[in-house]
Design a protein around this ligand. Sequence first.
Ligand code: ZN
Length: 209
Amino acid sequence: MTSCFYRMKIICIGRNYAKHIEELANEKPENPVVFLKPDSAILPKKMPFFIPPFSNDVHYEVEVLVKINKVGKHISPKFAHKYYDTIGLGIDFTARDVQAKCKEKGLPWEKAKAFDGSAIVGEFFPKEEFDLENLSFQLQKNEEVVQDGNTSNMLWKIDELISYVSQYFTLKKGDLIFTGTPAGVGKVEENDILTGVIESKQAFQIKVK
Ligand code: ZN
C-alpha cells in the first residue's frame, strides 16, 4: 500500500542549512521553521511532475525524509531514534513566486508549498545503512549535480527535529518529515529529469512536464 491511501501528514522543515538561508537572503531562525503538506501533495509514483499553471518559478528542493514508525508526542531527542527505521529522499517543490507574495504579506505558504504534486517521495532505506550524522545526498538535473548536501550541515539534526515537531503535532505511523534543503535550489523547466541520490543509491527519478 502506498502512502496515498491512508491518512498521513507531511511535516516540513524550512531553513535548516545555513548556506540555503544565505542564498534566499532569509534570517537564521531561532527555532526550526515548520509547515505542513497534505497527503494530496504526494506525486503518485511514476507520474511526471506538471508545472502548475499558477507559477512561473517552481523550484526543486531536495531533502532527506524520515518516515515515522509509531505514534508519539512530546518525544525527547534522546528517544527520537526509536520513532523511525527508514530514511529516504524527496523534493519539496516550491512555487517561489507565489511564496514571495505570501511572505511579503505575512500570509501562510500553503499555496506555494502544499499544492498537488509538490511532494516527491522516493524510496526508503533502512537507517542502519547510513551514518545519519554524515549522510551525503544529491539532486541531479539532467545528469548534472545541482544540489550536494550533507546532514552534517543541518542546523537541527533529525532527532532534534522529531522532538521539536512532536511538541506541536502528534506523530503517527506513516507520517513523513522533510528535513530541509541544502543550497543550490533552482527553477525547473519542462523536460528536466530530476534524480535524487542518497549516498550511492538512487532514491527517485522524475520527469518535469
Ligand atoms: Zn523545503
